[in-house]
Design a protein around this ligand. Structure first.
Ligand code: FAD
Length: 500
């Protein structure tokens, strides 16, 4: 059927998917976006919208000290066994992509001050991430505005989105608007679980729509930008991904990895399958996880009542500390005092309702540390010793155990001392689980985003980006905006390749 054949089929509708779709539509290709749920944006819509796209005019306009060279130096110190071709392709194309998007009146970025995650050579003070400028919902075409998945708090509560779209909401809204403007098609309720081939070349997809199987055909290529498999426990277990599907931040019903499986069945290679973008997260009364960062006071202890890391670490780094000893550290307890009126002294998405947490036992509260330890079920003297030692560090302003006193990331959220005494009753302990923003192992791709076989040969017509692909940064999360920035760049490179 004519309307089921397109130049490009994009599977998924996150930041990478819609970047690819928007650029393809603008270049005059016919493009369809296939999204399995009824909303677009996936985890990208929940995100802060930070994009790590070094060396662009946006950082220069802001007077930021960023450059491609310093980004190369920074990555060079962090990445183990990097694929140099992909890293160089990323660095070369990031500024081009920003210029291409900003050349469109529908798109504008701004610098987002947010420190990078490692104190390594090449790091830029206050970071180099950029974000799409916020936009009012009513400034978007109705069709686009209606499709943007709401922020996590509203989405989980079944509520509509906000009137002004910021961060990941702005990214998805703006990109959807471009896709529609340039004649692209978006089909929700299309769950892609199979790939069509002709003589070894991928020529389309098989999707399930309202329980029926539908074939769509692609003249130039299929871009798998369908997220990871964080929502599928059996794949997580088989691949050794720490944490649980129930605790992931991916929206319910989204990323369960069937497009990755479909590509594997064609012989595609995979890598980094045990990896994710990790974070500590307050366990919610309904058993789900959430996302916490920016600790302002309090401390985190394991099941024995002992600290094991700098609580102010960037979230992926703290999540990896949890994963290093899951039997003791998952769940952990975030112990905080009453100085913020009983609220969690950190950014949590969602934080959850205090009364509901206390009723469910995901939080416990007491007037003394000893009573709190009893409510937590941890050794009282051990917790008291931990708190006493920490309060001594707070008095001295130095944390000799874990160094929570020196990095610009640590002080970014507190705006002052990072070591704040735990001395104001009541005392609360919140259960923290190991959550994630998604898995990041998947299909092995080359510098054009083409999916490869184990022998390095190309599966013609098949491209992947974002969490459906094995991340270009390996097991490291170098800076805010790397998941989105890399997803967008490799989607754009894929479109450039298949358009050529
Ligand atoms: P997604 O954005 O999750 O999109 C995948 C889409 O594919 C989903 O809509 C899904 O339904 C669809 N899909 C899946 N399977 C199928 C199928 N079989 N058929 C059809 N469709 C399918 N990263 C940053 O870079 N910067 C940030 O500021 C940032 N902030 C974050 C804040 C929060 C609270 C969270 C939770 C994450 C944040 N992240 C951030 C991480 C980032 O959002 C994700 O890693 C990234 O968006 C993943 O992009 P993706 O396109 O691979 O997947």
């Amino acid at each position: 059927m004519a309307d089921d054949t397109f130049d490009l089929i994009v599977v998924g509708s996150g930041g990478g998917a819609l970047t690819g779709a928007a650029l393809a539509a603008k270049a005059g290709l016919s493009v369809v976006v296939l999204e399995k749920t009824d909303r677009c944006g996936g985890t990208s819509a929940y995100s802060g919208g930070a994009c790590w796209l070094p060396g662009s005019a946006v950082q220069q306009r802001a007077g930021n000290a960023d450059s491609t060279e310093s980004a190369r130096e920074y990555l060079g110190h962090l990445l183990e066994a990097p694929d140099k071709d992909r890293v160089e392709a990323f660095l070369a194309h990031a500024p081009e992509l920003v210029a291409e998007l900003e050349a469109d009146p529908g798109f504008e970025f701004e610098w987002l001050p947010f420190p990078e995650y490692f104190d390594a050579p090449g790091r830029v003070p206050m970071g180099r991430s950029i974000q799409p400028v916020k936009i009012r919902r009513d400034a978007l075409p109705e069709a686009a505005a209606a499709l943007v998945r709401p922020p996590v708090e509203q989405d989980r509560a079944g509520l509509a989105g906000r009137r002004t779209l910021t961060g990941g909401q702005a990214l998805i809204g703006r990109l959807l608007a471009l896709v529609f403007r340039d004649g692209g098609t978006v089909r929700t309720g299309h769950r892609v679980a199979g790939l069509l081939t002709d003589g070894g070349r991928v020529t389309g997809v098989v999707a399930t729509v309202d329980g029926a199987s539908v074939e769509l055909h692609a003249r130039r290529g299929v871009l798998l930008a369908s997220g990871g498999f964080e929502g599928e426990q059996s794949l997580r277990t088989r691949s050794g991904v720490p944490g649980q599907a129930a605790w992931t931040m991916a929206p319910a019903g989204t990323n369960t990895g069937e497009p990755i499986q479909a590509a594997r069945s064609l012989g595609a290679d995979t890598a980094l399958l045990d990896q994710g973008w990790f974070c500590p997260g307050p366990l919610q009364p309904d058993g789900r996880g959430s996302f916490a960062l920016g600790v302002r006071s309090g401390l985190i202890v394991d099941a024995t009542g002992v600290r094991y890391a700098n609580e102010c670490l960037p979230y992926d780094r703290f999540g990896r500390e949890m994963a290093a000893d899951p039997s003791r550290r998952v769940p952990s307890w975030f112990v905080f005092d009453g100085r913020e009126g009983g609220r969690l002294p950190a950014i949590a998405m969602p934080e959850g309702d205090e009364a509901e947490h206390l009723a469910a036992g995901t939080w416990v509260r007491a007037g003394t540390i000893g009573e709190l330890a009893a409510a937590m079920g941890v050794d009282g003297p051990a917790l008291a010793a931990t708190v006493d030692r920490f309060n001594g560090f707070a008095a001295d302003g130095v944390d000799p155990d874990f160094g929570r006193d020196r990095d610009e990331y640590d002080t970014f959220f507190t705006g002052g001392p990072t070591l704040v005494p735990l001395d104001t009753p009541p005392f609360t302990a919140a259960r923290f689980v190991l959550s994630d923003l998604g898995t990041k192992g998947g299909l092995v791709t080359d510098a054009h985003g083409r999916v490869l076989r184990p022998d390095g040969s190309v599966i013609d017509g098949l491209y992947a980006s974002g969490n459906a692909s094995a991340s270009v940064v390996g097991a490291v999360y170098p800076a805010p905006g790397v998941p989105l920035g890399t997803a967008m760049v490799f989607a754009s490179l894929a479109v450039r390749h298949l358009s050529g």
